[in-house]
Design a protein around this ligand. Sequence first.
Ligand code: ADP
Length: 243
Amino acid sequence: MELNHTAVVDLRGVTKTYPGGTRALSGVSVAFEAGTFNAVMGPSGSGKSTFLHCAAGLDRPDTGQVLLSGDEISGLREPRLTRVRRTRVGFVFQSYNLLDSLSVWHNVLLPQRLAGVRPDRRWAKEVIRRVGLAGREDARPAQLSGGQRQRTALARALAARPRVIFADEPTGALDLSSGREVLALLREAVDELGTTIVMVTHDLAAAGWADRAVFLADGRVVAELADPTAEKVAAQMMAVSHR
Ligand code: ADP
């Protein structure tokens, strides 16, 4: 197999049932190629969060496999799984998940420090510049706007040069223009750095920035769109919700 055809994220027959019996994912198989921006969409309760957690190694599937760049992570246990999360993937969450007591600079370097990796300071400076926060390295999250906080989170995600960034409703807490800035930066990470992005979102406009939208309903992949526009995504969401 040629390396450039290896999916960066590959889920094969992933099933997840929660205690109590809710089957959140039922045999989900989907792969994401290098350097692509992907939106994962679906109605509330369709399994999006569970999907992201299993794909990113935040949770383990009951059956099936999850591979990151060809390496299976679904069989790993802590602390190896934690190491994979800190060194091989980046995260951007709706609520930023920054540490209030740390500056922008220290938040950006934290995952590498926790992983015991010597941080690449030059690259950290460069990603802080790319997200438009040069000169704000010493600011605390409380001194920043929501958009600036999310851009700090994006710099943190990029700092370890991960092949993939998982984003969970990255625009969910932002106003329209801040949201657009964050989406443009995610797009730039794909186009200029070759990062793969897997973004769970309800936001139709956000999906319009993606190369591909995958739709979940009742824990299954039920549809997908190439080059989604907000209009095409809206029509597909209506169809999925009325299944
Ligand atoms: P979405 O992100 O699309 O809203 P989720 O993955 O959160 O979907 O949830 C899928 C299904 O699994 C839902 O029926 C939800 O109620 C259930 N679920 C999610 N998390 C848990 C949990 N920790 N314990 C039990 N059931 C859960």
